[in-house]
Design a protein. Structure first.
Length: 255
């Protein structure tokens, strides 16, 4: 039986994790090990200068889970290194409430958890929902969870590509309005960050990196293009960041 580690970067009590674990239980045996707090946009972390603690917790539907005070990638490392004594065939991370497209993948705890899986020799899948940044109230993760399950089932039956992270982004639409799945490349995010300088009560400055929610370049064949056109985006990512197009020309220079 396929043994699946489910984790996330929003914390063990996040509703997206529960929706994902629920669907993954239809695919195989599920173990949940996730951070005990929100690590969104924490990047790829390896905690080396303090000990890590793990405790058992109960999720709202009665599912038992492990919560760690480490980062998402720490949770994956702990599990793959044998914390629970189990072997894992697959790591699935999410469901993040906001999309992880383009350069987001370098910030994303959701995606870097899947990266850690691939480093550990296990296929890694990241799942994110493109919910509006200003969304109020409860998000519906149902459609995203079901698409994630179908995509994972296809990958398991076809065989996961080696050393590849599968980055899934789902548009925030009613399930019937989602047009299908598109295989995509990374697109381009447009960040609209702005430095906010404020003063504390003692007159000393402090800073927020604020600004408006990012947008992106809506181009066909990209992750951002797909979700904006109403498709679920599936992007194969690799950890090799070498700029192959530049390699040969740089090698011709006199060093
Ligand atoms: Mn998050």
């Amino acid at each position: 039986m396929t043994h699946i580690l489910v984790t996330n970067d929003d914390g063990v009590s996040a509703p997206g994790l529960l929706a994902l674990a629920f669907e993954m239980q239809k695919v195989g045996e599920v173990t949940v090990l996730a951070p005990d707090r929100n690590w969104s946009a924490s990047g790829h972390v390896k905690t080396m200068h303090r000990p890590l603690r793990v405790k058992e917790v109960q999720l709202v539907d009665g599912l038992s889970a492990y919560a760690s005070d480490g980062a998402p990638s720490d949770c994956v490392a702990l599990a793959l290194l044998g914390l629970t004594g189990e072997k894992f065939d697959l790591v699935v991370s999410g469901i993040n409430p906001n999309a992880n497209i383009g350069h987001d993948v370098t910030y994303s705890g959701t995606v870097t958890a899947a990266m850690e899986a691939v480093i550990g020799g296990v296929p890694g899948v990241a799942v994110s929902l493109d919910a509006p940044e200003n969304h109020l109230g409860v998000l519906d993760y149902g459609a995203a969870a079901r698409f994630a399950r179908k995509i994972v089932e296809t990958l398991l039956s076809q065989g996961f590509p080696e050393k590849t992270i599968i980055n899934i982004n789902v548009p925030y639409l009613p399930e019937g309005e989602i047009k299908g799945v598109q295989i995509t490349r990374q697109g381009l995010r447009l960040y609209r960050d702005r430095l906010d300088r404020r003063e504390d009560p003692r007159g000393r400055p402090y800073y927020w990196i604020g600004g408006d929610a990012p947008t992106g370049v809506q181009e066909d064949g990209t992750d951002f293009g797909a979700i904006k056109a109403g498709y679920v985006s599936v992007t194969p990512l690799r950890l090799d960041l070498t700029a192959y197009q530049v390699l040969e020309s740089l090698d011709l220079w006199e060093w």
